[in-house]
Design a protein around this ligand. Structure first.
Ligand code: F6P
Length: 328
């Protein structure tokens, strides 16, 4: 493939996610395969502003496919939100002969890329990297599968102690705006109730359901709550509410927090990252810009970056129904 693109920068931005390193590796190795120079940018857009660059070759990414986090570090840059910040970043890219970049991150990172492209007509491609799975135009974002497995693994452990003590556990998982982790990990771990930001199932419905399950002979229960669930109460307030209204329940709370973002990526995330990285570089080589490399029906595909940001993902209603039936 003959391409005008000579030097691609790669950066990770926003919250880290398992699989980001595998995606960096893929971008770097694809560049090496096509004899394109590749520059790693440290600390996301902030590193562009500070010219925190490092030349990367195929050997710079040895032994990172299995590593969580991101070797390039990440940041949420306030300065990049300003015209002056973006101008500094542009000047640094030009000074270093960089003619395009691949950003691995979530919707905030993509919005930054779009603004930058509009101002400087600079070619950009996005790779969706976030454990939240909340990006339109892809069935999966990098890190989501790993995070699900981490959460299920932890809830399995919580279930052991919940069942030994006949307790009810509220487990808070990540997801400020979306409930993919809560719903899927909840079903996978056999949670009795799942509270998500997309649907208000009603707190009294939960009480009824807990009462019913106690009556039917269940001695312990797990309720999975997404950070931003619709009841408007945090997980501790929910626990208090249940203790006040169902005094025969002994309640405990576990907030899983940032451990959900760490750890070695699953095989699924590694393969996905490898495929997306190749697609991102080849798309730039074809002279295209402002796309996100995603996956739909197991096919790597492109979605316009603005659609990836603006489009709304939908929670799977069938899964909600399955969860309801499973709690019988
Ligand atoms: O977007 C990924 C995410 O992990 C969310 O699920 C969570 O709400 C948020 O990031 C936490 O962000 P921070 O690490 O900045 O507190």
């Amino acid at each position: 493939m003959i391409s005008k693109i000579k030097k691609i920068a790669v950066l990770t931005s926003g919250g880290d996610a398992p699989g980001m390193n595998a995606a960096i590796r893929s971008v770097v190795r694809t560049c090496a395969f096509y004899n394109i120079e590749c520059i790693g940018v440290y600390r996301g857009y902030q590193g562009m502003i500070d010219a925190d660059f490092k030349e990367m070759n195929a050997r710079s990414v040895n032994n990172i496919i299995n590593k969580g986090g991101t070797i390039l570090k990440t940041a949420r840059s306030e300065e990049f939100r300003t015209v002056e910040g973006r101008k500094k970043a542009y000047d640094n890219l030009i000074k270093n002969g960089i003619d395009s970049f691949v950003v691995i991150g979530g919707d905030g990172s993509f919005t930054g890329a779009l603004v930058f492209n509009k101002e400087f007509n600079f070619p950009v491609i996005g790779i969706p990297g976030t454990i939240d799975n909340d990006i339109f135009g892809t069935n999966y974002t990098l890190g989501y599968d790993t995070a699900l497995n981490t959460v299920v693994d932890v809830i399995d452990k919580i279930r052991d102690t919940a069942s030994s003590h006949n307790r009810l556990f509220f487990v808070e998982v990540m997801g400020r705006d979306v409930g993919y982790i809560a719903l899927n990990a909840g079903v996978g771990a056999g949670a009795e109730e799942i509270l998500i930001p997309e649907e208000d199932l009603g707190i009294d419905r939960m009480l009824e359901s807990l009462k019913k399950s106690r009556k039917s002979g269940k001695t312990s229960s797990i309720v999975v709550v997404a950070e931003g669930d619709k009841t408007g109460r945090n997980v501790f307030e929910l626990a208090d509410y249940v203790e006040q209204n169902l005094p025969n329940y002994e309640v405990r709370v576990s907030v899983l927090g940032h451990m959900q973002r760490g750890g070695s990526p699953s095989c699924f995330d590694r393969v996905l990252a490898s495929r997306m990285g190749v697609k991102a570089v080849e798309t730039l080589m074809e002279g295209k810009s402002n796309f996100m490399a995603g996956i739909k029906d197991n096919k790597i595909c492109l979605t316009p970056l603005d659609l990836a940001v603006k489009g709304k993902t939908k929670i799977n209603q069938e899964l909600i129904r399955v969860s309801d039936i499973m709690t019988t």
